[in-house]
Design a protein around this ligand. Structure first.
Ligand code: KIV
Length: 294
């Protein structure tokens, strides 16, 4: 049985409430752990789910409490944690501790780990080995990997090994150089290629397919062709799920934002003001006051 098949069935012995009956009014996440079959049910019932990146304990705790259904330890940690310019340099050994921290903190969210560049391309064996490491050492529940039909056999082997896989098509940041930079994919006739890629991933057993920077019309074609959930980032609002990098969505990262980013908080400004005030109070001697001293 593939994960897409098992995802649509109920889970015997599962104690969590059915999808949609969770306590958080603002979220449709279940009261217990979000499972693949909850995401599949969202697709089947025409509902949406939310996904944010997380790379450490506190944001994972907060997003979990907020009812975000999926937390992604993205290879975007390369840019957003380790200070690299692209996602390419980050390694499995760098991502694993971040993944463990998120997995320990997340009580309900499904924990999804990105396979970084260089950790799955060489062979099916390499991909299975890396996937196993993320579930075993990283405590992830599933992995995401970039690439389309070319990786169908790899996905099939991973799924058979018990590793749930989300595909990632459209703009794939690990292929930034091959793709000639950050460019929208799947315009016009190229939409058919994305549909073929997505169908091949579904047939191989992927439990979902993420689309990055593709026209909404193309995303709609892909979503309509699939029975498994889709997730979008810069792919319009037709997909089952939506994902954003948390530092973009919550306003920690400064600078220019991509068109598809919406900011829901202004964390950078709060931190800046807090740090400035702390510095001033230390320098003028008003901190620590008597109430903070023994
Ligand atoms: O690593 C990442 O942040 C991603 C995005 C698509 C969310 O893969």
């Amino acid at each position: 049985m593939t994960h897409s098949e098992s995802a649509s069935s109920s889970t015997p012995g599962e104690t969590s409430a059915p999808y949609g009956s969770g306590p958080a009014a603002s979220s449709s996440a279940p009261a217990g752990r979000v499972r693949l079959h909850h995401l599949q049910a969202a697709k089947a019932e025409g509902r949406h789910f939310a996904m944010l990146t997380a790379y450490e304990q506190y944001t994972a705790e907060i997003f979990d409490e907020a009812g975000i259904e999926v937390l992604l330890i993205g290879d975007s940690a390369s840019n957003n944690v380790f200070g690299n310019e692209t996602s390419l340099p980050v390694t499995v050994d760098e991502l694993l501790p971040l993944c463990r921290a998120v997995a320990r903190a997340a009580k309900r969210s499904l924990v999804l780990a990105d396979l970084p560049f260089g950790s799955y391309e060489a062979s099916i064996e390499q991909a299975v080995t890396t996937g196993v490491r993320f579930l075993k050492e990283g405590l992830a529940h599933a992995v995401k990997m970039e690439g389309g039909a070319y990786y169908a056999d790899t996905v099939r082997a991973m799924v058979q090994a018990g590793i749930p896989v989300m595909g990632h098509i459209g703009f794939t940041p690990q292929s930034e150089h091959a793709l000639g930079g950050y460019r929208v994919q799947g315009r016009g006739d190229d939409a058919a290629r994305l549909v073929e890629d997505a169908l091949a991933l579904q047939e191989a057993g992927a439990f979902a397919v993420l689309m990055e920077m593709v026209p909404a019309a193309t995303a709609a074609q892909v979503d309509a062709a699939l029975t498994i959930p889709t997730v979008g980032i810069g792919a319009g609002n037709v997909t089952t799920g939506q994902v954003l990098v948390w530092q973009d969505a919550m306003g920690l990262r400064g600078g220019r934002m991509a068109r598809f980013v919406k900011q829901y908080a202004r964390i950078r400004q709060d931190l800046l003001e807090g740090a400035r005030t702390f510095g001033e109070e230390v320098r003028d001697g008003s901190f620590p006051g008597p109430e903070h001293s023994f």
